[in-house]
Design a protein. Sequence first.
Length: 301
Amino acid sequence: MTYIRPSRRLRRALPAIVLLIPAAGALAACDSAAAPPATSPASTAPTAGSGMQTIDNGGHRLAFYVTPGAAPAIVLDSGGGEDHTEWKDIVAKLHAATGSEIITYDRAGMGASDEVPGPWKVEDAVSDLTAGLTRLGVTGNVVLVSHSQAGEIATYFVRQNPRLVTGAVLVDANLPQFFTDDEIARLVAATKPQVDAAKAGPSTKESRQLIATAESFVATQHAYHHVAWPDAVPAVVMVSEKTPFDGSPEDVRRWHDAAKAFAAAGTGRTLVNADGSSHEVPADRPDLVLAEVEKMAAAGR
């Protein structure tokens, strides 16, 4: 089955799903068997200058893409519904500017990685990233760059591996402060029509991803709200101007307030505003992403 990336028009039409998924995907199945890995050249072609390595974790295969270089290793983790090609305009420039090893990957169900049945679990995503870096021989001095839903993965990953990560750049990322009980309820209500339609319609990769994430969303986000980022790991908190909720002033305010609260909650945190950007900061403001990652990498040397 070929994965077709959702159009920007679809993403704008479903702003709350940007948080559920966030840009339209997590993974899993509403049918009895997982679909085979995607084979579309558009979604599986390695980023220029990188080589794909297939890594097994718990019986499913994950595609990692490595551009060799020096320490610190820079790991780029895509937003929900995105594969490694989200960073295609950044990898070569980042490597040229830093000389660092650059690692991107396709999370389970994305790109060339296997689809895994069942509700989306952040613990599984953390396990996949940990397994990949371990098998690639990355044992320390990592700069983690995480967009959107990957912010949740980053938070749990850093808590489990505080000595592995020397710094993080959180790019308009899901942050614990945002997911209050009230906000979770708002998101569930806003996305219910799309989730119901996915359940009633044909089983596609996108619909399975939406259903899987929706099934675990309340419990996952409730738990995430109570998780703290370790003070020992510096973090740049980059927040977009328009946020995932352009057109919903109340949710825009809450998103910005969460970023401010996160930045103020610990030492070594810097708030950076991505002026003029939508939630798709890597595409809208690659210059800003590059600048902040370069600074974090220089501090990690």
